[in-house]
Design a protein around this ligand. Structure first.
Ligand SMILES: Nc1nc2c(ncn2[C@@H]2O[C@H](COP(=O)(O)OP(=O)(O)O)[C@@H](O)[C@H]2O)c(=O)[nH]1
Ligand SMILES: [Mg+2]
Length: 207
């Protein structure tokens, strides 16, 4: 028995480390329905959340790119499902944001249609659905509705408590509890601003 036996399963191998590291990220295209670009059998990781929750910024932070997912201060602009290729072997899908009141009703139903199509009607089964909620605001009724639907469809869900940099330290615990109380899956505290939680998320999504 080698001296490293006890540690062997705890210490990530070089190969595991490489897998968790994001060394390439490219934008493929915006998709609006069944698409040949998605037919390839790469695992899909889908990102969903309320408009303005910081989803595009989150994807940029995770991939260490400044402008991969277009960040915008104009909520509701991302109408298509943006498809990215990560490390040449994984697809990221940036789904349209939900629940922004100022978007015209007609346009809004298109967003909701595309979310519903991909998550609840299409043939695709993402390896993970990453649901991003604003930790400062707490889970909104729509966030919880989305979470329940994801569970009903038996998706594997990772919840991100985003923008924790906005919360005063003394209140952080209570804010996080307001999320974990209602979520039966893992919740990762995250901040793109302060670069918190990146490693945790990568480890979960890529191992
Ligand atoms: N304080 C703070 N603001 C953030 C963070 N992530 C994103 N934002 C801001 O939230 C706004 C919306 O971000 P964006 O990524 O476009 O949101 P999306 O609509 O969900 O894609 C922008 O003004 C971002 O600068 C974060 O971790 N902390
Ligand atoms: Mg966006």
């Amino acid at each position: 028995m080698g001296i490293n036996t006890a540690l062997a399963w705890e210490v990530p191998t070089h190969d595991m480390m490489r897998r968790m590291d994001i060394h390439s990220a490219i934008f493929i295209k915006g998709i609006v329905g069944p698409d040949t670009a998605l037919k390839i059998s790469f695992p899909q990781i889908a990102f969903i959340g309320r408009s303005n929750v910081g989803k595009s910024t989150f994807i940029n932070t995770l991939t260490q790119q400044k402008n991969l997912a277009r960040t915008s201060n104009f909520p509701g602009r991302t109408q298509e499902i943006n498809l990215f290729l990560i490390n040449g072997n994984t697809h990221f899908l940036d789904l349209p944001g939900y629940g922004f009141a100022k978007v015209a009703q007609e346009q809004k139903s298109t967003f909701q249609d595309r979310i519903a199509w991909y998550l609840f009607e299409s043939e695709y089964t993402p390896k993970w659905v990453v649901l991003i909620v604003d930790a400062n605001i707490g889970p909104t009724p729509q966030d919880l509705e989305m979470y329940d639907e994801l569970k009903r469809f038996r998706h594997k869900v990772l919840v991100i408590a985003n923008k924790i940099d906005k919360i005063k330290k003394a209140k952080l615990h209570a804010h996080l509890a307001s999320i974990t109380d209602k979520i039966e899956d893992r919740v990762i505290p995250f901040s793109s601003e302060k670069k918190i939680g990146i490693k945790d998320v990568r480890t979960i999504l890529f191992s």
